[in-house]
Design a binder for this molecule. Structure first.
Ligand SMILES: Cc1cc2nc3c(=O)[nH]c(=O)nc-3n(C[C@H](O)[C@H](O)[C@H](O)COP(=O)(O)OP(=O)(O)OC[C@H]3O[C@@H](n4cnc5c(N)ncnc54)[C@H](O)[C@@H]3O)c2cc1C
Length: 404
């Protein structure tokens, strides 16, 4: 595709997927117009694990150096029994991850990642970003030309672009434009999240270093990792629980969290003392088998296309891979071959997304196991050298989306 086209790439949503897409298209010479529904980009979210398959792309976009001061490069991921804190397995990260997978494994606050991407977008003259702008609908107006209806400042306006990238999250409006009747599905699981000062006595003894710890228990697990140079810790625990609306953060009775933590070793159980400090995030997924593209002028990316459970810690990483690879595919396409280029992109991405989602389902099964399955898990993990656990992750963390 020839860059320097007159119609811009329109991006709906300035989350991780949308901002990465804006930077990826701008880096290939396209003009980009981003519309974000929120009046301002709020500090939404908590911690994210960013694996090397994503950080290598952030590096190519020139944003990794700016992110690193906010991030932590943990030395390892350690799996532990929640009932007695016993170590079950350890996957070395730190320099080992960087050497093995060619980019660092980082943990970072979502707001810091979004802020770093936003700062890079603001520095890029070919990217314009409008907040308080809700992309409500779209229609094709000819090959490679699309009109988006945007409600902004209380008025409906029409914007034409060469491509509309729907990066509008799990409750996507734009998904309804190509697949009617595909709502996000509630998984019946609740993520409980909080960040807490590393100076808190609750944290100091439990987490003496910068390791990512996952505590496993029948029907429950809790992951803890440092953020912001180790000054804070991110805690995320998973129980069953139902959503009460379309928002990431909802008010919920913390009884399931209190009950689950009550069954764990006392230093973990102590985290339930102020259960009100935790926020509830109902987990929704979107069926990745449904269409993400339409013709040569519309594509869904990130959670809008395929929100997945967080058990492989890959939602943001997949959003970043989508954004980069879509810009690659679009840029490499001849102008009269855009529809087939986007269809081929969708097919390649779907295989990867489905494999990652299966890994998440496997992690959930293994981590929440009880009785003999948990016993077998512990024996298998104890028998495996750390290097072989790292080898298991090569297909995921060692992947370079540019070469697929
Ligand atoms: C508990 C939990 C833990 C997680 N942990 C990890 C992890 O460790 N690692 C990881 O990689 N991922 C993780 N994830 C997943 C990750 O947070 C998401 O996959 C990722 O943030 C999705 O990014 P997105 O840009 O697609 O969507 P979003 O971040 O939801 O962004 C969508 C944006 O679009 C805007 N918008 C919505 N509708 C419109 C519209 N009509 N017009 C214009 N703008 C619109 C919204 O306001 C928002 O700004 C986790 C998720 C959860 C719930």
């Amino acid at each position: 595709m020839e860059a320097g086209q007159t119609s811009p790439i329109i991006v709906a949503g300035a989350g991780i997927a949308g901002l990465t897409a804006a930077l990826a298209f701008a880096a290939r010479g396209f003009d980009v117009q981003v519309f974000e529904r929120s009046p301002e980009l709020r500090q939404v979210g908590a911690g994210l694990q960013l694996s090397p398959n994503a950080t290598r792309l952030l590096d190519r976009l020139g944003v990794l150096a700016g992110l690193k001061p906010f991030a932590v490069q943990p030395p390892a991921i350690v799996l532990r029994n929640a009932s007695d804190l016993r170590e079950l397995a350890r996957v070395p990260l730190g320099q080992m991850a960087e050497d093995r997978w060619g980019a660092p494994y980082l943990v970072v606050h979502r707001a810091d990642l979004q802020g770093t991407l936003l700062a890079a977008a603001n520095r890029t003259p070919t990217i314009s970003l409008a907040t308080d702008s809700d992309v409500e609908a779209f229609q094709s107006v000819g090959p490679g030309n699309l009109a988006a209806t945007v409600r902004t400042e209380g008025q409906r306006r029409r914007y034409e672009g060469a491509l509309l990238v729907g990066a509008d999250g799990v409750w996507s409006t734009l998904r309804k434009g190509i697949v009617s009747g595909l709502p996000a599905r509630s998984t019946g699981l609740m993520a409980w999240r909080r960040t807490i000062s590393a100076d808190s006595p609750l944290i100091r003894n439990l987490f003496p270093d910068l390791t990512v710890n996952a505590f496993l228990h029948p029907g429950f697990h809790l992951v803890a990792y440092p953020l912001r140079g180790g000054s804070e810790f991110n805690l995320v625990a998973f129980t069953s629980g139902q959503a009460r609306g379309e928002d990431w953060r909802v008010a919920a009775d913390a009884a399931p969290l209190r009950k689950a933590l009550g069954e764990t070793a006392s230093p973990l159980a102590a985290l339930a003392a102020d259960a009100e400090a935790w926020t509830a995030w109902p987990i929704h997924t979107v069926d990745p088998a449904r269409p993400w593209v339409q013709g040569g002028d519309f594509a869904l990316i990130g959670d809008a296309a395929h929100a997945m459970t967080p058990f492989a810690a890959q939602g943001a990483a997949m959003a970043i891979e989508d954004a980069w690879s879509l810009a690659d595919a679009y840029d490499a396409s001849p102008p009269n071959g855009l529809a087939s280029s986007l269809a081929a992109w969708e097919q390649t991405r779907r295989l990867r997304i489905q494999k990652v989602a299966r890994r998440g389902a496997f992690n959930r099964f293994v981590w929440h196991a009880a009785g003999p399955v948990a016993l077998a898990r512990n024996l298998v993990l104890a028998a495996r050298p750390a290097k072989s656990l790292a080898t298991d992750m090569d297909w995921l963390y060692g992947h370079d989306v540019s070469s697929s």
